[in-house]
Structure formats: structure tokens, C-alpha cells
Design a protein. Sequence first.
Length: 67
Amino acid sequence: MSQLINKDMTFKEVLDMGPEAVQVFVKYNMGCVGCAAAKFESIEQGAKAHGINLDDLIRDLNAAISS
């Protein structure tokens, strides 16, 4: 079973789980792939900064990496 993504994971940790995560971040207009903060910023912090619903983002990320 794949590790589930949670709000405390950094963007880098999520991106390291697979390229499918990139598509989700693009869907939410998040430029996290090339952002310097991706190494230390949590998914929760990024969602808050971009005004994105955290639950929706995590749901879509988990769906993407498990498919």
C-alpha cells in the first residue's frame, strides 16, 4: 500500500513519491515544482499561502499517487 500524503509532508517529499503529484499541483496553479521553498514548506503551509482547500488538495494528491 502506498504511503498516504498528509498535511505535514513537504512538497519535496510529495514530489519524490511520483511524477503524478506534479499534475495535481499544476491543476491547483501551484508552482511548487520549481519553488525553492519546496524542500521545507509543508503541504498545509503552501495550501494556505495559495488560498487552496487543504482537504481537496490532499485528496487529489493521494488519488493521483495511488492510481
